[in-house]
Write a protein that binds this ligand. Structure first.
Ligand code: HEM
Length: 480
């Protein structure tokens, strides 16, 4: 039964199917759904979906006030419920695991600061290893021969394994894990069910998903992980935290590690794809970025040669302004992360000096940055890829405006405030490293006669969208 509407609450949209409300329409094309309702109801409205009341705040000028409401709007209540069900571990805040949540949150620091330097160096080594063994070895298109590939497949294969090695380490006895491609395929099967799992559809209903998830979890059982070396400090610390709890079974510990695998590759791989796709489909932009990489190498008196391994330090990566702008622009065009907060008590949510709305305990407040990313008032010709979108006067551009006012938040692929992605710096660095390697070692071209890549919206709300179909491209070793 819909609740009685109270004055000062945002307009309520119920839909005509009891309980389901507007969930189906939202699921089909969230961005279009929200745009349509924004035109009709204004910047704030509540939608009943699957028995939940979600209040969407559409005006990005109001975002700062939502993001800073720490106590009354909680992020973890949602993730604490959904993540354990999705990845198959017991809820961390159930009272059975005192202080686990805080210790896990503290481990996120190991993705930043000095540890980021170590992670970045390790990622470089792993990318180089895979590139040498799989793409630059015998028959790797020397003498100017073009080789064909599918771009998503290519990014997936390289980035999945390199990220895995960087985070979890390698077998003590070998430089690479055997069975990585099986793991990757199982991961893709699980990932295709991810939106349904997040929507809390019981896993038992999703055909073989439970078996596949268990297979993926088993990969991280403690007796297996104990045979790996070069494991990152971040994963080591998490293992130590998990070891403190006798009530956790081995399979629960493994499920926690599996969740981190999803976090570390689930968005990074599609982000790599889009960054590579936009550069390869804009050859003049690609040349600017390639030149920038050579210039940064030259500053350190390194002359690139494809016979030698290339290293780009964290400081060098920081200097790649055009590359960073290209990645940010690709994230703007492909990210559809929804930012969710759960209302902790009935209260009046202050939006700005003149405006407040009443919200109820248990309701969800949602920000949907994709509609900001695609707002023509903020981003001229928002559908177009512009290499220098985030550059002004030779440095990073941070001035973006709406209604004549400067926006505090204008690019939000990594979430916001308390739920901001702790892996964001590492993610940007690894995408940069991947693209540097591609541009330094290879000539890259799209195969002719393909239609433009489009977004697959089936995981709208959950991060970087995948392409609706893969793209064919060709590459050959550059003559340097
Ligand atoms: C959380 C995006 C890469 C680790 C998040 C969230 C977003 C996000 C939007 C917040 C989720 C929410 O609000 O519900 C991205 C994107 C990435 C990326 C777009 C790549 C382009 C990474 C990487 C790692 C990572 C490489 C680790 C190495 C995490 C973790 C969380 C998280 C652990 C959960 C934080 C928490 O529970 O408070 N990510 N992420 N992410 N991300 Fe990322």
């Amino acid at each position: 039964i819909p609740p009685v509407y109270r004055p000062c609450e945002p307009p309520l949209i119920n839909g005509w199917i009891p309980y389901i409300g507007k969930a189906l329409e939202f699921g089909q094309d969230a961005n279009r759904f929200l745009d349509k309702h924004k035109r009709k109801f204004g910047d704030i409205f509540t939608v009943q979906m699957a028995g939940k009341y979600m209040t969407f705040v559409m005006d990005p000028l109001l975002f700062p006030n939502i993001i800073k409401h720490g106590r009354q709007l909680d992020f973890h209540e949602f993730s604490n419920k959904v993540a354990p069900m999705t990845f198959g571990y017991p809820p961390t805040n159930s009272g059975k695991f005192p202080h686990m949540q805080e210790q896990i949150s503290r481990s996120f620091q190991l993705l930043q600061g000095d540890n980021l330097t170590v992670l970045t160096e390790s990622m470089m080594g792993n990318l180089m290893l895979l590139l040498r063994q799989d793409y630059l070895g015998e028959g790797a298109g020397r003498e100017g021969c073009w080789r064909k590939s599918r771009m998503y497949e290519f990014c997936n294969s390289l980035m999945f394994e390199a990220t895995f090695l960087t985070m979890y380490g390698r077998p003590v006895t070998a430089p690479r894990h055997s069975g990585t491609s099986d793991l990757r395929e199982d991961f893709a099967r699980f990932d295709s069910m991810f939106p349904l799992l997040i929507a809390q559809i019981p896993i038992g209903l999703l055909r073989r998903t439970k078996t596949i998830r268990q297979k993926l979890i088993n990969y991280f059982l403690p007796h297996r992980m104990s045979c790996w070396s070069h494991t990152s400090q971040f994963i080591k610390r998490r293992s130590e935290v998990l070891e403190q709890y006798d009530t956790l079974r081995d399979t629960d510990k493994a499920a926690h590690h599996f969740a981190i695998l999803w976090a570390s590759v689930g968005n990074t791989i599609p982000a790599c794809f889009w960054s590579m796709y936009y550069l390869v489909s804009h050859p003049e932009a690609l040349e600017v970025v390639r030149q920038e990489i050579h210039d940064v190498l030259k500053l350190s008196e390194v002359e690139f040669s494809s016979d030698r391994d290339v290293t780009l330090s964290r400081e060098q990566l920081d200097k790649l302004l055009f590359l960073e702008s290209a990645i940010n622009e690709s994230l703007r065009l492909s990210s559809a992360s929804m930012n969710i907060r759960v209302v902790q008590e009935d209260f009046s949510l202050r939006l700005n000096a003149e405006r407040s709305v009443a919200v109820r305990k248990g309701d969800i407040i949602a920000l949907y940055p994709q509609s900001m990313h695609m707002d023509p008032e903020i981003y001229e010709e928002p559908q177009t890829f512009r290499l220098d979108r985030y550059i002004q006067d030779g440095r990073e551009k941070t001035d973006f405006f709406k209604d004549g006012q400067k926006l505090k938040y204008y690019l939000m692929p990594f979430g916001s405030g308390s739920s901001m992605c702790p892996g964001r710096y590492f993610a940007i660095n690894e995408i940069k490293q991947f693209l540097c390697m591609m541009l330094l070692y290879f000539d890259l071209q799209l195969e002719a006669g393909q239609s433009r890549a489009t977004l697959d919206s089936s995981r709208a709300g959950l991060g970087i969208l995948l392409p609706a179909q893969d793209v064919s491209f060709r590459y050959r070793l550059r003559a340097v």
